[in-house]
Design a protein around this ligand. Structure first.
Ligand SMILES: *Cc1c(COP(=O)(O)O)cnc(C)c1O
Length: 376
């Protein structure tokens, strides 16, 4: 059996080695390191793939979120609603811009932001909702867009974990996640479903005026050389990363299929175990692309299982061990712990198993039998 890894980027690289090596050599030969033709080519390729009018590449996913919020003109004191159960970057940028983060609980079945909780949290100061498509599963976008329209709010999709996932509306219209809200942010961190070999990110929107604003913000607020119309940032995707992304983008659907197949194999193996709640496929019109395979252990032995798997050289992780409303940086006297019942429960029950595009059957068999033997 090949050695188990949480994410196996080396095996994946072996399949795209020629395209990557040749493309990087071309960048070295032409010295177009920043904003070269490869970045423009990737921007066009991604716009086409997502069916979105504008892709604005930038330096990482956290920047993408921040720039999206700057582009919408959100002001200090504006309230932005997001999920309590997510990676800290989502709430971090809200706080950095001196907006007021309003954390709300998530749904039990999808692990994504609860639409009911969003509605309860809306006040006259609310300006935006940030749904996170957590672990590769789309949030309930149709309901979220309806709530946003009713209250005149922006929707900023945090699509760092679900690129390539389709969302199906009740009229059967399929749209790629990230092309639904007013603006979306994604990350090309190496381990993401579409990852480069360093840092990278992008912002997407169908709004021409917003796209223009965002293109200036990523470039020091310049719309004309050395004319700084707004306060911007320096956030660029470099050409070497664009080479890697151009090589991987045509394979993204097959990568996501490989992830779904691995998840299906895990789910099938665990179906009969009463102590495991596996992630369901395809609820609320989403088609889960399994950035992570996160299951729940319901007999209180999650931490013991974690230790047991580590002893057997099976990498595993807890995403996320502490709800954001309990993090020192994000506690707020307004929160009532009992309003976060689902997130609090998840923090004690969730465990993530190896998930990547190169998992082999004997590896999955070894992982699942080790888990089942321990829990029986
Ligand atoms: C990875 C991630 C980010 C941040 O992306 P970086 O490129 O690491 O800055 C933001 N939100 C979520 C949900 C993520 O998983």
């Amino acid at each position: 059996m090949k050695q188990l890894q949480m994410v196996d980027l080396k095996s994946q690289y072996e399949h795209i080695k020629n395209a990557v090596n040749e493309g990087i050599q071309e960048v070295l030969n032409t010295t177009t390191y920043i904003n070269g033709p490869k970045v423009h080519e990737f921007q066009k390729n991604l716009e086409h793939y997502l069916g979105v009018k504008h892709v604005i590449p930038c330096a990482n996913g956290t920047d993408a979120l921040q720039i999206a919020m700057m582009g919408l003109g959100l002001k200090p004191g504006d309230e932005v609603i997001t999920a309590d159960f997510t990676f800290a970057a989502t709430v971090e940028v809200i706080a950095l811009l001196q907006l007021t983060p309003v954390l709300v609980d998530v749904e039990e079945d999808t692990m994504n932001i609860s639409v009911e909780a969003i509605e309860k949290a809306i006040t006259p100061k609310t300006k935006a909702i940030v749904p996170v498509h957590l672990f590769g599963r789309a949030a309930n976008m149709e309901a979220i867009m309806n709530v946003a329209a009713k209250h005149n709010l922006f929707v900023i999709e945090d699509n760092a974990q679900a690129i390539g996932a389709n969302y199906t509306f009740s009229n059967n219209k399929k749209v790629k996640v990230g092309a639904i809200g007013h603006v979306a942010a994604t990350s090309f961190f190496p381990s993401k479903n579409l990852g480069c070999y360093g840092d990278g990110g992008a912002i997407f929107t169908n709004d021409d005026a917003l796209a223009h604003t965002l293109r200036g913000i990523v470039n020091h607020g310049m719309y004309e050389r050395y004319h700084h119309d707004v306060v911007g940032v320096n956030s660029r995707l470099d050409s070497i990363q664009a080479v890697v992304l151009n090589a991987k983008l045509p394979l993204l659907d097959s990568y996501n299929t490989a992830r779904r197949n691995a998840a299906k194999a895990y789910n099938d193996a665990f179906a009969a175990c009463e102590h495991i709640i596996t992630p369901a496929f395809d609820i609320n019109g989403d088609d889960h692309v399994f950035h992570q395979y996160v299951m729940r252990i319901t007999n209180g032995k999650r931490d013991a299982l974690l230790e047991h798997l580590q002893q057997n050289a099976i990498p595993c992780a807890i995403y996320y061990p502490i709800p954001l409303h309990k993090q020192k940086a994000y506690t707020d006297g307004r929160y009532n712990d009992s309003d976060f019942a689902v997130t609090n429960k998840f923090a004690e029950q969730v465990i993530a198993l190896p998930m990547h595009t190169e998992l082999e059957k004997d590896q999955i068999d070894f992982i699942t039998s080790t888990v089942l033997n321990f829990l029986k």
